[in-house]
Write a protein that binds this ligand. Structure first.
Ligand code: PRX
Length: 632
């Protein structure tokens, strides 16, 4: 990996000239005068003095050369629709939407909360916010009303945009009642809700004076031309909430210029997507992957992006490969869970379609186990590149970079440090560098490269105390992931160092689930751990102590309590956080100082040794966990 090693070295040793070159990939309304302002560590300001705009870079800039090229192809196997927007058409729609948003009084710096299914209006609204310099905060549609409400209260949006309903596997998910509930729960609800009425919810009733109909409003602004608002490079582009160890998700704040440059650069060097080609990212716009590689990345690069609403196996397990063949997809991005789902299907689907256009398949979001990596690599006959990153970074931390050097894949590894990242694998005890094959905590020596989070929304102090305080006395960004590096420089991820779990690529804090379980009136205390799952990677398991033990004495009562607790989690967080099981115990294993022994519980649930138990307060607590799980 000689060429890449040099490339990476230059990105760290000669940071300013490296990023000056990369910054040429985007349009600057006003050129920057300073590449990096790092006068207030760990806060980094990239491309100081420069003015740009994400929407301009994603759409307007391409109009002259590729106005008639498809920009976004919406494919829904839920409604059996396919709709193509050329760059010109997308420009028109974004202008209309921007005019509607502006008419609600939204100006530069105001927040707009999006709670949307996978419909093109989600991308259009994101781009429209970017055009106005408004800060969007997309909340994944699978989150419950209470989660949506807490994000409303943190971001204090001026407007909420939603739809009547989403569809999943043919089943309607009604957003409107969830939004009504979230608006009721929020302390700072926005005045208006703009609703895309898809006609799915037959009982749809707008709230007079509050709800606005998207079709009607955009009709009023059919010919709108909304000028781009030029932003300072470090002005926020969006907030995206993500889970950590506390019950309160953090608003990851992203800048404008650094993000645009990082995306444009990664499209070239990592994803190898060329203007005019097609990218298919199977995520949801509610996640960081959707922000970076369904919406902004491919459009900034002048590609066609596939915007897919549906499941990977409906109408059959060949649907994604059919899309690749029909649209000559050259770059595809998906998740290990999706691949594990496909692995269980008839392998004939993998060879049914002409996949000759496809250069690489990228996977991220959760650990990719070696057998699955090998299987999909062989089944596709294409390089499958596992790459590792976080909501916080916005683009890859570890990856191969086939745009710089042909990819030499090692199964089970997301490759080597991405340029721009000064990555260190540190011993937990003294922050010294781990040797080859020795486990360490993956950390980034700041400044974080362009594109990464710039702070926690509204809470600079939390940015520092959360991410830069893992190694006392040293200002280092912790990823909270364990890793190990082999002698060839390939890193392998060994799981989180904190209490965050990963369910089918969805990142959830066990604290959040515990708080949701405790919302049930009969729960006194609970421990939630993530246990290995063959398809979803991990699943939450809950061990709860009840207040009234009589309610869990008989088997039928226990089943009823479990059902109620699961319903409480659905209500607070959404079904994605629902534990696989809730076990009732009278005592939880804790240290003498009262710390929950989550790792020991997790080990028992995964059939492993519970480890050092010398600090346990009452050993019978573990015996109860064993009994509940039916293990010896
Ligand atoms: O634990 C790591 C895991 O997912 C976390 C980040 O999740 P999220 O913020 O949702 O961002 C996903 C962006 C792709 C990480 O801290 N993770 C992500 N990718 C990988 C991974 N674990 C192992 N291998 C990966 N490729």
């Amino acid at each position: 990996m000689g060429a890449y090693t040099d490339f990476h070295r230059r990105s760290i040793a000669d940071r300013e000239s490296f990023w000056t070159d990369e910054a040429r990939r985007i349009h600057w309304h006003r050129p920057f005068s300073q590449v990096l302002d790092y006068s207030k560590p760990p806060f980094a300001k990239w491309f100081v003095g420069g003015q740009t705009n994400l929407c301009h870079n994603a759409i307007d800039r391409h109009l002259a050369a590729r106005g008639d090229q498809p920009a976004l192809v919406y494919i829904s196997t839920e409604t059996n629709t396919e709709k193509t927007y050329t760059y010109r058409e997308l420009h028109t729609e974004v202008n209309r939407c921007a005019a509607v948003i502006a008419a609600q009084g939204v100006v530069r710096g105001d927040r707009v909360l999006l709670y949307m299914p996978m419909i093109p209006e989600a991308a259009i609204a994101m781009l429209a916010c970017a055009r106005l310099g408004a800060v969007h905060s997309v909340v994944f549609g699978g989150f419950a009303a209470a989660s949506c409400a807490s994000r409303i209260d943190d971001a204090k949006p001026k407007l909420l945009i939603t739809a009547d309903a989403g569809l999943r596997g043919g089943k309607a998910i009604h957003y409107k009642p969830l939004v009504d509930e979230a608006m009721r729960l929020a302390k700072h609800p926005p005045k208006n809700v703009l609703i895309v009425n898809r006609g799915i919810d037959k009982d749809f009733k707008p709230v007079p004076g509050r709800d606005l109909d998207y079709a009607e409003e955009t009709r009023k602004h059919a010919d709108a031309q909304v000028p781009v608002t030029w932003l300072e490079s470090s002005d926020p582009s969006y907030i995206l909430y993500t889970s950590g160890t506390t019950g309160k998700p953090k608003g990851v704040q992203r800048d404008t210029g650094g993000y645009a440059v990082a995306l444009a650069s990664s499209m070239e060097h990592i994803y190898c997507g060329k203007p005019g080609e097609t990218m298919f990212t199977t995520s949801d716009v509610g996640w960081v992957v959707g922000h970076s590689y369904i919406v902004y990345g491919p459009l900034i690069q002048g590609m066609t992006t596939i915007f897919y609403e549906g499941l990977p196996i409906r109408p059959d397990a060949g649907i994604w490969w059919k899309i690749v063949a029909d649209h000559k997809v050259s770059v595809m991005f998906s998740s290990p869970t999706a691949v594990r789902v496909l692995k269980k299907q008839d392998p004939a689907y993998m060879t049914k379609y002409d996949l000759s256009s496809l250069k690489h398949l990228f996977l991220a979001g959760e650990p990719l186990d070696e057998p699955t990596h090998r299987w999909i690599h062989d089944a596709l006959g294409k390089p499958v590149i596992d790459h590792y990153w976080q909501t916080e970074t916005g683009w890859p931390i570890l990856s191969l970079a086939p745009g710089i050097e042909p990819a030499k894949v090692k199964y089970g590894s997301p490759g080597y440090p991405v340029y721009g990242y000064d990555l260190k694998l540190l011993r937990e005890t003294d922050a010294t560098e781990a040797g080859p094959d020795e486990k360490g905590v993956l950390t980034i020596a700041p400044p974080l490269p362009p594109g990464c989070m710039t702070t926690v929304w509204g809470d600079d102090e939390r940015f520092v105390s959360t991410y830069f305080s893992d190694f006392p006395g040293k200002l280092l960004y912790s990823t909270f992931d364990w890793g190990v590096r082999d002698k060839d420089g390939y890193t392998f991820i060994l799981g989180r160092t904190d209490d965050v779990i990963n369910v089918a690529g969805h990142r959830i804090g066990t604290r959040e689930i515990e708080e949701a379980v405790q919302a049930h009136s009969n729960i006194a205390e609970v421990a939630v751990v993530g246990v290995a799952d063959p398809v979803k990677g991990q699943m939450p398991l809950a061990f709860a102590v009840v207040k009234d033990a009589k309610k869990v004495e008989a088997e039928a009562d226990r089943a009823q309590q479990e059902k109620e607790v699961l319903a409480a989690v659905d209500r607070q967080l959404g079904a994605i956080a629902r534990p696989k099981r809730v076990y009732f115990v009278t005592l939880l294993p804790k240290t003498r100082s009262g710390k929950l022994l989550r790792r020991s519980i997790q080990a028992l649930a995964e059939g492993r040794d519970p480890g050092d138990l010398t600090t346990i307060e009452d050993p019978t607590a573990l015996a109860q966990i064993r009994a509940a799980l039916g293990v010896k």
